[in-house]
Design a protein around this ligand. Structure first.
Ligand code: ADP
Ligand code: MG
Length: 309
């Protein structure tokens, strides 16, 4: 998945459960990765504009969910972003700043309405040649949910699933108290926290511009793209954290609220039941939704709460 995967699993069955969980991660990756030539997604992309690809229920459901979120977010999340992702190549040895002309050329292929879903046959087709799907914004969330199921099936009731910052806190700590999940400080490198969230049976997912990026002429170009422009999203946020029951929702929402920006992002999250958020702006202000306030502990004084929030 192009990231570090870490499990902390407690209980008698932990060893066996962890092995099953690792296997689940690689099974999903084999189906959904754009970087694996034999994956279902690669096959589907190769047939764009020609024919559909029959998919496993796993892959089908993730694409379907992605389309639902595209509709909900007015196209902020769009799995057909792949031509733009490849053009920029951020995080690969081909990363570069493309010309506006190149970007506009690729942007023509980005449109989630061209994902043709056939649920009865579990088949997906991309309408036009050169279109391609990338599930990078949502697949880790789905994977966390599936890993959780594997652990539960193996009688585990206390664990942390961490797929490169996409975290699920299963049950409580072995001592019976809630887990404390660190919230990444978006201004420093991975593993430095600005605070923590106390959580039991919750998903905590953060998207930010610190994850994968390059800097050219003082400008940071990162890996979360605005499908309207084809450029990295730049609506004043540097990180978005979503707390939810299901990690697929958290993953979809952290990426899309990042793209939508503070006002629209907050509005969206506040309209959804059981979803809480922490948004951090360029000027180091923190917005926390009311339902999360009591469970969030801000420790880094560099960041300040926005008044009224
Ligand atoms: P991370 O991979 O850092 O956890 P995200 O969940 O925010 O971050 O997903 C970012 C990834 O999603 C990118 O690397 C890219 O593959 C894909 N992506 C980028 N922009 C979009 C978008 N607007 N809609 C859907 N997927 C996107
Ligand atoms: Mg995401």
């Amino acid at each position: 998945m192009g990231t570090i995967v870490q499990f902390k699993v407690y209980g008698k069955n932990a060893e066996k459960a962890t092995q099953a969980a690792v296997k689940e991660v690689s099974n999903i990756e084999k189906k959904m990765s754009v970087n694996i030539k034999t994956s279902e997604i690669s096959k589907l992309n190769a047939k764009a504009g020609v024919s559909g690809e029959k998919l496993s229920t796993d892959t089908y459901s993730v694409i379907e969910k992605s389309v639902q979120y595209s509709k909900l977010t007015g196209g902020a999340l769009d799995a057909t972003i792949e031509p733009i992702v490849s053009l920029w190549g951020i995080g690969t040895d081909k990363e570069r700043l493309p010309s506006k002309k190149e970007i506009d050329e690729k942007l023509k292929f980005v449109n989630y309405n061209d994902i043709i879903l056939d649920k009865k046959n579990s088949t997906v087709k991309l309408k036009r040649m050169n279109q391609a799907i990338d599930l990078g914004a949502i697949a880790k969330g789905y994977t966390a949910d599936e890993v959780k199921k594997v652990l539960l099936n193996n009688k585990i009731s206390s664990a942390i699933i961490n797929l490169g910052g996409n975290v699920y806190a299963l049950g409580n700590k072995p001592d019976g108290t809630s887990w404390n999940i660190g919230v990444q400080n978006p201004l420093s490198t991975r593993g430095e926290y600005l605070g923590s969230i106390s959580a039991t049976d919750k998903s905590i997912v953060t998207s930010g511009n610190y994850e994968r990026f390059f800097i050219k002429d003082g400008i940071r170009y990162h890996h979360i793209f605005d499908p309207k422009s084809g450029y990295p999203a730049n609506k004043g946020l540097i990180s978005t954290t979503i707390v939810s029951d299901k990690s697929i929702d958290g993953d979809a929402l952290s990426t899309s609220t990042y793209i939508l920006g503070l006002d629209k992002g907050l509005k969206l999250v506040e309209s959804m039941k059981g979803v809480e958020a922490i948004f951090i702006t360029n000027d180091k202000k923190i917005y926390v939704t009311p339902g999360l306030k009591d469970n969030f502990d801000l420790t880094n004084k560099e960041f300040t709460y926005e008044k009224g929030r």
